[in-house]
Design a protein around this ligand. Sequence first.
Ligand code: AMP
Length: 215
Amino acid sequence: MLRMLIMGPAGSGKGTMSERICADYRIPHISTGDMFREELKLNTELGQQAQSYMSQGLLVPDEVTIAMVKSRISRDDCANGYLLDGFPRSLPQAMAISDLDIDAVINLKIDEQLLVDRIVERRICRNCGAIYNRISLPSKVEGVCDQCGGELYQRSDDSYEKLRVRLDSYHNETQAAVDYFRDRGLVYDIDAGQAKEDVYRDIQAALAEVKGEEK
Ligand code: AMP
């Protein structure tokens, strides 16, 4: 059983690291950003509600987000644990899951200078969700996914201007949620400015400690 959170500003590698953690520990990857984008694609009421906030880089209101997460983690596939990616992002959201017995919080820390290229050059496969970077991790053929041949696109909130708004919201709202878990001794700080393999090695070391404590 592993109930965990992964936190960090936009571009810190939450999505990439989450995929590896979830494959290795066989737990569902629950990304609130992905869930909102999926709702938007399906043009649901929730998707429409979220869109105006997302397109500006602002947080979707707490009550909407909390209800969506609570409903998701009550499903059967979460009975043996899960990884929440991108939630909580505010103190009220953190408090809303105070009853969940979270085992660990992976906190990805990174110099903000490094985030600009990571975000502005990021491209994502519309079909399989694989993440590329036009500078550091380009696809073999521009605009085409190496893994499935799908079309690569840029998220509309991955512009320099929206990144500034997202980073402000990280400092003004999300940092308080990190502190909430830090006060409870659950936070493992990871240097996310390193090469991907090294970031993952440090995450594995932190999680080995968590699993060791469980026994
Ligand atoms: P992400 O894919 O994690 O970068 O999230 C994309 C966008 O979805 C954010 O900029 C917010 O507009 C919205 N979002 C994702 N998670 C949350 C959350 N926990 N609370 C509020 N808004 C969120």
